[in-house]
Write a protein that binds this ligand. Structure first.
Ligand SMILES: O=P(O)(O)OC[C@H]1O[C@H](OP(=O)(O)OP(=O)(O)O)[C@H](O)[C@@H]1O
Ligand SMILES: O=c1cc[nH]c(=O)[nH]1
Length: 191
């Protein structure tokens, strides 16, 4: 976006709101909150939503395993074909879904990096419906930035951020980005 008075592009300001150690502490707390709410790891299945929900689900599963001393099932759930804007963008390519066994009667924990409008999670509910009937579905997100368009709330949140409409919240993870961080960037246009 350009400043109409000068026709110069609006600068993009970025600020880091959580670094590697803060992301690590948040994930450790989230793992404990999931265990406490579920009274242990019994029946838990963690499903990461691509892109960055997948490494986050793996990390939460590893943290839960380190506390409970037993492995917890984890996989990934692609929601591309369930998006409510698919008709407007019909050329999207589906990603990978990998479910570790049946989800019937399990407690599925959807894991994502950012919760914003809630439409991604709404699509995840539709995707799950085609896979089975979990006993319960929970939601774990590293960042809740508000501005919901659907009645969806997370069960555990790493960081709640009051981001403005013209800001974008980005999660960086070592597995994909070489470092862990949560960054807010002013884009100059509403997201
Ligand atoms: O609550 P919402 O408004 O749906 O926004 C949140 C989603 O937006 C981002 O995904 P994006 O679609 O940008 O894809 P990516 O994960 O591959 O970056 C983010 O990773 C969440 O999945
Ligand atoms: O700020 C935002 C909004 C949607 N999705 C993101 O990853 N960040």
């Amino acid at each position: 976006m350009a400043d109409p008075a000068t026709d110069t592009p609006t600068p993009q300001f970025s600020r880091v709101v959580a670094d590697e150690s803060e992301v690590a502490r948040a994930l450790t707390r989230m793992a404990h909150e999931l265990l406490e709410a579920n009274h242990g790891a019994e029946n838990l299945v963690l499903l990461g939503i691509p892109t960055r929900g997948v490494p986050l689900a793996k990390r939460l599963a590893a943290l839960i395993e380190s506390v409970e001393g037993r492995p917890v099932r984890q996989g990934e759930l692609d929601i591309t074909m369930y998006r409510d804007d698919l008709r407007a963008n019909p050329t999207r390519n589906p990603g990978r879904t990998a479910i570790p066994g049946s989800i019937d009667d399990s407690v599925v924990v959807l894991v994502d990096d950012v919760l914003y409008s809630g439409r991604t999670i709404g699509a995840a509910f539709d995707a799950l419906r085609d896979l089975g009937r979990p006993r319960a579905v929970r939601l774990a997100v590293l960042v809740d930035r508000g501005h919901r368009e659907l009645p969806i709330a997370a069960d555990t949140v790493g960081r709640t951020i009051q981001a403005a409409d013209d800001e974008r919240v980005a999660v960086q993870l070592a597995e994909l980005d070489g470092t862990d961080a949560i960054t807010i960037t002013r884009t100059g246009k509403e997201s």
